[in-house]
Design a protein around this ligand. Sequence first.
Ligand code: GUN
Ligand code: ZN
Length: 448
Amino acid sequence: MADAADGTLRSRFALRARLLSPLAEGGLLDVADGLLETDAAGSITRVGQWPERDAPDALDLRPLVVLPGLVDLHVHLPQIPNAGLGSGLDLLTWLDRYIFPLERAYDRGVAEEQAPQAWRAFAAAGTTTVLAYAALWADSTDAAFAAAEAHGIRAVIGKVMMDRVTYDEGIDPVRILETSLRQSDELAARWHGRDDGRLRYAFTPRFAVSCTPEMLRESAALAAHHGAYWQTHLSEDPGEIGEVRRLFPGARDYLDVYDRARALGPRTVLAHAIHLSEREVQRIAESGARVAHCPASNLFLSSGLMPLGAYRAAGITVGLGSDVAAGPDLSMFGVMRAAAATQRVLELTGRAGSSRSLRPIDWLRVATLDGARALGIEDGVGSLEVGKEADLIAVDPRFTTPLPGADPPTVADDLASRLIFRPHPNMVRAAWVRGRLLAGPPGLEGIG
Ligand code: GUN
Ligand code: ZN
């Protein structure tokens, strides 16, 4: 173990465990008795079979399984306290009743209290990379970043921007656009790329309903200027879509509102994207924009069923988002389960297209490597491969067996199936980013 000069605990370490990971070139790393080693900077230097000879000193985690950390591509930090509330309401009513009051109250003090708890909760759920919305307030967004910096999680965060429908009662309506742009610009200058790119900024106009064309256009220009992300919601709910049609009568469709703002590109992440025309699907693919599929949220608010197979077939990079609080749970294992259920219903009702049904092991790839690809960071994270950063989780599959004492499955797809369909809140025992252990999970005491 070695402390880095900057005082953060970065340690060279080796661990022995079952290893399971998608591989960038396709296929799977599936090693029953494996070794994973990192260097002091937290990069993976060795991964594979436990050696018969010259084995290093290693943390013996057997029978735990080590996976790449999960990527949550869409979540709202201020909304976490209301997770699980308001099921069955339509989106716009739910936002008014359950969300805007909560976000309005998310000032610096609340963020300083809640954000550290939130980052620990993500780590406890096995999530090591998060793309998050904060609230409208610059100072609480700053506090959320500071908490992520201290915690060690990999985070992309943005101050929400709204200059049309807004919950900001104090602001001068004439200056609302300019203020939001200036504050977002300052936050990006301060945080985008911090700690060798562990922290990044996402310009975050909430959705077309709450933004003027100027806000969409200027925020996209700023994102391009900083090389930062641009995130928003797209085509989630019929009421919302009708409102967009009313507010932007000149646009061909919902996506076109963002296209006209020159906001579509590889650093753009569009959440939901459920009710799209063929034209919109093709245009997203052509622009390189990414989609955050939020199936647990879409079931909770009865928003609809996103046809993932068709989007993948069109060449769109799709990752998964919890979308808490419209999604009831931070656990990406639960989100994978909702994604599988969504796909089943589409298949049963003849709407899945000709795409192959995803297996549990495929869902793990969507929640790790595909999430990393959606953020353009797949060269650094998303799988257990030499040269990548050690963003890992250790999961105890014994928590998922139906009866105590039974052996976990040995076949990779069965093991993934148990984690997805029978997850347990305590099964993630540890999580690391760049080899640094994150606070949150219960820990490895008594293992090995
Ligand atoms: N559309 C605009 N804002 C939101 C939000 O906070 N949650 C969800 N699910 N959809 C949105
Ligand atoms: Zn959302």
